[in-house]
Design a protein around this ligand. Sequence first.
Ligand code: ATP
Length: 220
Amino acid sequence: MTLAGIAHASRHYDGLTAVDDVSFAMAEGEVRAVIGPNGAGKTTLVGMISGRVTPSSGQVTFKGEDITRLPSWSRVNLGIVYTFQVTSIYRNLTCAENVALAAQRRQRGERRIGVAVRAALNRVGLSADAERLAGILPYGHQRLLEVAMALALEPKLLILDEPTQGLAPSEIASFCNLVRGIATSASVLIIEHNLKVVLELAERITVMDQGRIIAEGSPV
Ligand code: ATP
């Protein structure tokens, strides 16, 4: 079954066409990578699914429902979570408080929020940092905190935009493990420049160039 679908979508910015008549379908349970050179339209394409970008024409669906005009916060309620929606971690709040901001969108009551916060921090390996201020975490850990916030939103589709950018090689390896774990309970759509990561994680790869999908398939 198609989880997220795009039908003949385009997005124009003044004279520029960022996405040009693209159709795209992602199956439930899939880990999909979108690759392509800078400016290919990858962020614009996934933005149509997260709701950050409204297509100039065409249709976006989620579980068969038309979501083309749905604002991104409503899409979060459907389970579409884009890590950039939470990129702005609050540096002066603790990690646990940051994750609680996300968790309270899903849970009612302090106790349940607390359980969700601990579970999300545990999944990304930040339990020991729960009471530390987010702003003093090393960069790689801040990115993990963003993922914890996304997980607290209980995604059905988690969209990650260049998640390994700026991570050290050892951090990339553990990030791949983390995504594999997430993929057991959610579909994952990932924009990624690191081909090793793409080949390790993706079941299918979509290649974009100049606003179009030029190839799609499974890594061999
Ligand atoms: P990168 O790998 O550099 O992030 P990308 O493949 O994600 O690139 P997009 O960010 O989708 O590409 O951009 C596609 C094209 O659309 C680029 O030429 C970009 O400059 C342009 N573009 C994207 N967003 C906007 C915007 N809000 N206003 C004007 N032009 C935009």
